[in-house]
Design a binder for this molecule. Structure first.
Ligand code: C5P
Length: 249
């Protein structure tokens, strides 16, 4: 199936109440391809958030749980996630075994995305974590090693920065998803933004990103649906110039 700009759009439901989340699902239904449910809302409301999104929208669902435990426990947790019928879930790239068990537990119903290296881990954090010097010098090398682990374990893809997407797609192929947060349209650059290594939607898609996670530029806009549409048009323009990117997964 041919992809459109909307298929690339993932909106994170980073809200503390189900009411707020519901109002944004209503606002953005039809404008984004996927809603991401994170820890805050899931811990507070549990599976009812998944049910709410499913009831109000046909968009796909990404449960950002960032699982990290012994492989048997992760497999069991993944079994429950698969029962919820969500499309994607995140698991830390802690070991090949844990990722394999996560994929197994998902039973082909829920795709596993490997979390390579959290973006708040800089070189100093990598050093303090006891990693080899080559990874301290270039934490992107660690991202690549972990993406290889995720690919080998049968994961659907990884979460990475837009700047790493090209390298990951080059190494692991078109079907291995690069999901990229840290997206800021040129019109939305925020003061004192906590996202440091940002890319625009167009840059991320040109680099090979399959899904862009874009929250605050849409959430905080005066007209969130209009802002989402603006991003969709920006991506559609890139797709128009690069027909190969239109091919869906
Ligand atoms: O509002 P903003 O566009 O920065 O939204 C970023 C979303 O992406 C949040 O839900 C955040 O948890 C998630 N995320 C991130 N960086 C990562 C992984 C996930 O910002 N490396």
């Amino acid at each position: 199936m041919q992809k459109t700009g909307r298929d690339y759009m993932v909106f994170p439901l980073d809200f503390s109440s189900l009411k707020e989340a519901r109002s944004y699902v209503r606002l953005l239904d039809g404008h984004v391809g996927m809603f991401k449910i994170g820890l805050e809302l899931f811990i507070d409301q549990g599976p009812s958030v998944v049910a709410m999104v499913r009831e109000l929208s046909d968009a796909k669902i990404f449960l950002d749980l960032k699982l990290h435990d012994i492989s048997a426990t992760v497999k069991r947790a993944m079994g429950r996630v698969a029962n919820l019928g969500v499309d994607l879930v995140t698991v830390h790239c802690a070991s090949a075994r844990v990722l394999e068990m996560a994929v197994d537990g998902g039973r082909g119903k829920t795709g596993v995305l490997g979390v390579t290296l959290l973006t708040d881990n800089d070189a100093r954090a990598v050093e303090a974590g006891g990693f080899k010097e080559c990874f301290v010098k270039d934490p992107n090398e660690l991202v690549l090693v972990r993406a290889r682990m995720a690919h080998g374990a049968g994961c659907a893809g990884v979460v990475c920065s837009g700047r790493e997407a090209a390298r990951i797609k080059g190494a692991f192929g078109r079907d291995f998803l690069a999901v990229t947060p840290g997206i800021r349209p040129a019109w939305s650059l925020l003061e004192n933004d906590d996202q440091k290594r940002v890319t625009t939607p167009a840059q991320a898609v040109k680099q090979g990103s399959d899904l862009i996670v874009i929250g605050r530029p849409i959430r905080d806009a005066a007209d969130p649906a209009g802002a989402a549409q603006k991003v969709v048009r920006e991506i559609d323009l890139v797709l128009g110039n690069n027909p190969a990117l239109r091919k869906g997964n």
